[in-house]
Design a binder for this molecule. Structure first.
Ligand SMILES: NC(=O)c1ccc[n+]([C@@H]2O[C@H](COP(=O)([O-])OP(=O)(O)OC[C@H]3O[C@@H](n4cnc5c(N)ncnc54)[C@H](O)[C@@H]3O)[C@@H](O)[C@H]2O)c1
Length: 240
């Protein structure tokens, strides 16, 4: 721990557990003041579907601390269903959190950061946004949208000193994966753990994702923007 984020202010969505909690801990361990937000289980309640709430919480954070350096748009959900069995309500329900929620969070972060001369926005995407992803197609489409909006926002904000990057993890050991493991295993006819081990070597850890986010939050990544950073143990690097 070098205290490289001493004096910086960060806000994380979906911070009650999993990747959001690990990212928040990592940012705090480097000296940042971290505003942890979630629909439940954090001091600050923030439902990323609620435009007015997103606006208010991000503006209040910047105003109270006089700055806003890092925003991690991490909140997300998943469901397992082939696209042909996916209703419009299923689709919209997920998009509202995983894509609209990231759009609102990143937009409001940008609105606060740009006039203050800079900042780093980190959007939680996934390797599913880079590939066809049977059984989780709605989730994958949302993540592809997150990657795309991150790149465009980065280019629109470059002259204001605001960097925007997407993070694309493979399978990481969190509640999200545990909640859907049985369903995925049943659908593919073999334990999902075996697929993960074959593709990635092993499951990733939340702390490993947090380390990448820390890099993107810090000045060490000052020339990195409009990029989608993959961490998946080589999964997407392989042909078979
Ligand atoms: N775990 C993985 O393998 C993996 C891989 C790639 C990407 N991701 C992404 O990482 C992010 C975090 O996932 P995780 O694995 O930590 O999942 P998780 O289920 O452990 O945590 C997700 C958090 O988001 C919160 N949340 C849900 N709906 C919300 C809303 N409307 N507003 C605010 N918060 C809300 C939940 O309360 C929960 O605390 C998600 O965007 C997920 O898609 C996860």
């Amino acid at each position: 721990m070098s205290g490289e984020l001493e004096g910086r202010v960060a806000l994380v969505t979906g911070a009650a557990q999993g990747l959001g909690a690990a990212v928040s801990d990592a940012l705090a361990s480097e000296g940042a003041t971290v505003v942890r937000t979630d629909i439940q289980g954090t001091d600050v309640t923030l439902d990323v579907r609620d435009e007015a709430q997103v606006k208010q919480v991000i503006a209040d954070t910047a105003e109270q601390h006089g700055r806003l350096d890092v925003v991690v748009a991490n909140a997300g959900v998943a469901f397992v269903k082939p696209l042909t069995e996916t209703s419009l309500a299923d689709w919209r329900g997920l998009m509202e959190i995983n894509l609209d929620g990231v759009f609102l969070t990143a937009r409001e972060a940008a609105i606060q950061m740009a006039p203050r001369g800079g900042g780093s926005i980190i959007n939680m995407a996934s390797i599913t946004g880079l590939r066809g992803s049977p059984l989780i197609g709605t989730y994958a489409a949302a993540k592809a949208g997150v990657i795309s909006l991150s790149k465009t926002l980065a280019l629109e904000l470059r002259d204001h000193g605001v960097r925007v990057n997407a993070v694309c993890p493979g399978f990481i050991d969190t509640q999200l994966v545990r909640d859907h493991a049985d369903e995925l295993s049943a659908a593919i006819g073999m334990p999902i753990e075996d697929v993960i081990n074959a593709k990635q070597g092993r499951m990733g850890t939340a702390e490993e994702v947090a380390r990448l986010v820390l890099f993107l939050a810090s000045d060490r990544s000052r020339f990195s923007t409009a990029e989608a950073f993959v961490l998946d143990g080589g999964s997407t690097g392989a042909l078979v």
